[in-house]
Design a protein around this ligand. Structure first.
Ligand code: GLP
Length: 242
């Protein structure tokens, strides 16, 4: 596990964008795993700038979604599908046909989860997976006590995560869904390169447990210690408890 401490979120974004540019130059049809949340936004902005500058061609790239709310219509502005279209696909000019994601509106959610897990494998697997981290150490929506071998499945959000995410729903926790679909920890660990970003003091405990704590389901991100190619990118504040 490599830990890189950067001066600020923008520097982290540029570093990850550089890794993606290199990947695309080596493998133009790479499958890029993307996360939502505010932390990865500088990555998408920096990548967009690099692509517009002609440093990489995204005409063959494919994009895979990490997690999704259950029950939000796909066109709801806060469904992760909408968020990723807004923040990744549209700025980069990537067509919908290049997008892989679970169906959060399916009538049979477990079947939708299994289908998505299978689709990821059949598409050759994720080449580079961008991850954020929850204040409780969750990755994707794998809350504490998730099995470290878990596959894509339905999960119930903790109260803490619903409180944390209420900011995307006008601060109204009653609007935050209770259930989600998330790639499992075992699924995430199959990506060839994992890049976890964390910024701000609020993530310092989670980063310390991820990097220096025991591998434990109490901190789902600690499972990244098991992966042969993990890069953790943090600012000084998020690294302050290392
Ligand atoms: C949500 C997402 C995670 C993300 C986390 C942190 O729970 N499911 O993938 O890592 O939020 O979000 P932020 O980066 O906004 O702190």
């Amino acid at each position: 596990m490599e830990v890189v401490i950067v001066p600020d979120a923008a520097a982290g974004g540029e570093l990850v964008a550089e890794a993606i540019v290199r990947l695309l130059n080596r493998k133009p049809d790479a499958l890029l795993g993307v996360a939502t949340g505010s932390t990865p936004l500088p990555v998408y902005q920096a990548l967009t700038a690099r692509v517009r500058a002609g440093d990489a061609d995204v005409s063959r790239v494919r994009i895979a979604q990490l997690d999704e709310y259950v029950g939000l219509p796909a066109d709801h502005p806060e469904s992760y599908r909408s968020v990723l279209h807004r923040e990744v696909l549209t700025p980069l000019g990537i067509p919908l046909s290049a997008f892989l994601g679970p169906d959060g509106t399916a009538s049979d959610v477990p079947a939708a989860c299994a289908a998505y897990d299978r689709a990821l494998t059949e598409s050759g697997g994720v080449d580079l997976q961008i991850l954020g981290i929850g204040t409780d150490g969750h990755i994707g929506f794998n809350e504490p006590c998730s099995s470290l071998a878990s596959r894509t499945r339905i999960k119930t959000l903790t109260e803490q995560t619903r409180v944390d995410n209420a900011r995307f729903f006008d601060g109204d926790i009653t609007q935050v869904p209770h259930h989600v679909i998330t790639q499992g920890i075992g699924t995430i660990l199959e990506a060839r390169h994992l890049v976890l970003l964390a910024t701000g003091e609020g993530k310092a405990d989670a980063v310390a447990s991820t990097v220096e704590g025991p591998i434990s389901a109490f901190c789902p991100a600690s499972a990244l210690q098991l992966h042969p190619h993990t890069t953790i990118i943090t600012d000084e504040a998020a690294a302050s408890k290392l």
